[in-house]
Write a protein that binds this ligand. Structure first.
Ligand code: HXC
Length: 267
């Protein structure tokens, strides 16, 4: 018996003015999942700032985002490992837009390496980008997020729910990101600040999947809902978590993975 087709996706669920007057600050927004989140927030009325190391790539992405959405996008080059560079980026955002309402902590780095050959510096490099970078982004943006009673979404993963080979560095970093978000939720909740995590499953067409998928492996075979995810699946979850519909949701980790983290393969 052939399997039924996947459940159809729904577009345009949210009002196009949902984030009118709001400003998104997104690390890692030049490409991939974070680009799609930024584009989708802009389609729903937000202006944005995208942060990354590749100045030229950021400018190109900002121009494309403005053209496709009609909203404003500021590109600011900064390395998330350096809190001073992030504070400067926040200043530029303040000069241009006067506020920050929503933050995506999405900058990340990854490669496959067994722990036996992973150098201390290689381990530290990924911890510094993924975990320290998240901490630095929170530190730099928190004063403006407190002012706006805004919210954070941290892009984590599901790989650390079990032991995934060759991912010691990223698993440790993402577990830390999940924990950090929970503490921000508890400490800042009384000030009206929310902090949540999205844990994407296998997302097609991203650098992460291109780098991490072993040759010949079909990730969709591990997904109960029968397909790989795409950026829009993650962006829709972000719209919901940033929106007032999620105003009583903080400190949560939302896997957006078609059920993949529950799957146990028999092969
Ligand atoms: C083993 C490696 C390595 C590899 C780098 N290193 N690549 N070790 N295998 N493939 C080691 C280096 O030898 C060095 O250690 C240390 O890591 C630092 O390397 P640099 O190249 O100097 O660091 P840097 O230029 O800062 O680059 C950071 C990076 C790089 C993470 C290593 O890959 C990068 O910038 N990636 C950004 C793009 C990216 O990875 N995107 C994917 C994100 S997807 P030594 O000991 O030699 O000094 C993602 C999804 C997670 O994160 C969830 C997936 C399911």
């Amino acid at each position: 018996m052939s399997s039924p087709p996947p459940i159809p996706k729904s577009h345009e669920v949210f009002s196009s003015t949902l984030f009118a007057g709001k400003v998104l600050f997104c690390t890692g927004g030049r490409s991939g999942i974070c680009y799609k989140i930024t584009e989708t927030m802009m389609r729903h009325g937000a202006d944005s700032v995208i942060i990354g190391r590749d100045a030229k790539g950021l400018e190109d992405s900002a121009r494309r985002l403005e053209e496709s959405t009609g909203r404003k996008c500021l590109a600011v080059s900064a390395d998330v490992r350096d809190v001073k560079q992030l504070q400067d980026a926040v200043e530029k955002c303040k000069e241009r837009f006067g506020r920050i309402d929503h933050v995506v902590c999405g900058a990340a780095g990854n490669f496959l390496a067994p722990i036996s050959s992973l150098s201390a510096n290689a381990f530290k490099t990924v911890i510094d980008i993924d975990l320290l970078g998240t901490y630095n982004t929170i530190k730099a943006t928190l004063p403006l997020i407190r002012s706006s009673r805004g919210s954070y979404i941290h892009i984590s993963a599901t790989l650390h729910y079990r032991g995934l080979p060759y991912q010691a560095h990223v698993s440790a970093a993402k577990a830390g990101v999940d924990a950090l978000s929970g503490v921000v939720a508890v400490e800042e909740g009384p000030r009206g600040v929310r902090s949540n995590v999205i844990a994407p499953g296998p997302i097609g067409g991203t650098v992460g999947m291109d780098r991490l998928t072993p040759k010949g492996h079909k990730p969709e075979n591990d997904v109960p809902l029968g397909r790989m995810g795409d950026g829009e699946d993650i962006a829709n979850a972000a719209l919901f978590l940033f929106s007032p519909a999620a105003s009583w949701i903080t400190g949560t980790v939302l896997p957006v993975d078609g059920g993949e983290n529950h799957m146990r393969s028999f092969v």
